[in-house]
Design a protein. Structure first.
Length: 339
């Protein structure tokens, strides 16, 4: 019988090689050399022109000076918009996302910057954390490093409007941030970070914890609406260096010592022509999961579907989510963040 371990090993080597030779540098600097407290964002996207201006404004305001952007074959002007910004390395790789996303993420994370920290976010994710009005990302990394911590876990919260989704399809992204105010803390399963039943346990077990009570979350609003058991937790910020493997999974990096608090990613998946994007993804078969089919089937049954469920909340803040238990922070973390 063929040893599948060897098969996976050689397939991985082949895909890493193919990824390297098919990734083109098409704009911006070729490499960043970061100071110890500087942050380089990592963004991979396809047809994200809708999100880019708000994304860049938000993360630049938080202190992300540098960005590596890997474009996966956009035809909406995403690359041209990215060319307007300084300190952005623009790469392009048109390989099928379904087969090569892991290797594209790892390649962009490893090859184009040294030193500093990496911020791994998607174009429809807005990072918030306790004290972010007073503490920018460089200062946050200095405080983390002073306490020996090299990784930060974010919890994702799906943000939706109050009303049929089709009524909001034409809103620009900056307006979406004002209108998509609602969220649910129901249907969430919280696992201890080291729990063996977590599908990502083999990767998570390669990290160490400063707080053994840290949770890894699954489910949420998309489970309630579409029966998706989606992962809500993500290693959003990490110090890249020896022993660290960046992004072997979109949600996880390894070789990290995790901080003793969690932060918020407000997720705006349903903004900006969501159904048209889903239909195109389905037709192109670029994803390895069936979540697109589940969502499209639900909207086919009910075109006027709303995304709200009983007991929705609105206008979340890191402080309110700490109080509700969705986010976590030890007493030492609260002191560090001056909460």
């Amino acid at each position: 019988m063929k040893d599948t371990r060897f098969g996976r090993y050689f397939d991985g080597r082949r895909k890493r090689f193919v990824t390297r030779i098919r990734t083109q540098h098409i704009g911006g600097p070729k490499h960043f050399d970061l100071a110890s407290d500087e942050i380089c964002g990592l963004l991979m996207g396809r047809n994200i022109a809708y999100n880019i201006p708000v994304f860049m404004e938000h993360y630049r305001a938080l202190g992300m000076r540098y960005l590596v952007y890997l474009d996966n074959g956009s035809d909406d002007g995403s690359v041209e918009i990215m060319r307007r910004y300084s300190d952005v390395i623009i790469l392009q790789n048109r390989l099928n996302f379904r087969e090569y996303q892991r290797h594209m993420r790892m390649h962009m994370a490893r090859e184009y910057a040294t030193g500093g920290w990496r911020l791994a976010v998607d174009a429809d994710e807005i990072l918030r954390y306790p004290g972010d009005a007073r503490i920018d990302l460089p200062e946050l990394t200095r405080r983390l490093e002073a306490r020996g911590m090299t990784g930060l876990l974010a919890q994702m919260l799906e943000m939706v409007p109050d009303g049929p989704l089709e009524a909001f399809g034409g809103l620009p992204f900056n307006a979406v941030l004002e209108v998509f105010r609602h969220f649910s803390l129901g249907n969430i399963t919280a696992y201890p970070y080291g729990a063996p039943e977590i599908p990502l346990h083999p990767l998570l077990s390669q990290n160490s914890l400063s707080d053994p009570g840290l949770h890894f979350l699954y489910g949420g609003l998309r489970r309630a609406l579409f029966s998706e058991d989606c992962c809500l937790s993500k290693h959003v910020l990490f110090r890249h260096g020896s022993g660290v493997t960046p992004l072997p999974n979109p949600h996880v990096s390894t070789g990290l010592h995790m901080a003793d608090f969690t932060v918020l990613l407000q997720h705006y998946k349903f903004a900006g022509g969501f159904l048209a994007r889903e239909r195109r993804r389905q037709a192109e078969r670029r994803l390895s999961h069936n979540e697109t089919e589940l969502r499209l089937a639900a909207f086919a049954r009910n075109p006027q579907m709303t995304l709200t469920v009983p007991d929705m909340g609105s206008d979340p803040t890191p402080a309110s989510l700490l109080e509700a238990g969705f986010l976590q922070a030890t007493k030492d973390a609260c002191r560090m963040l001056a909460l």
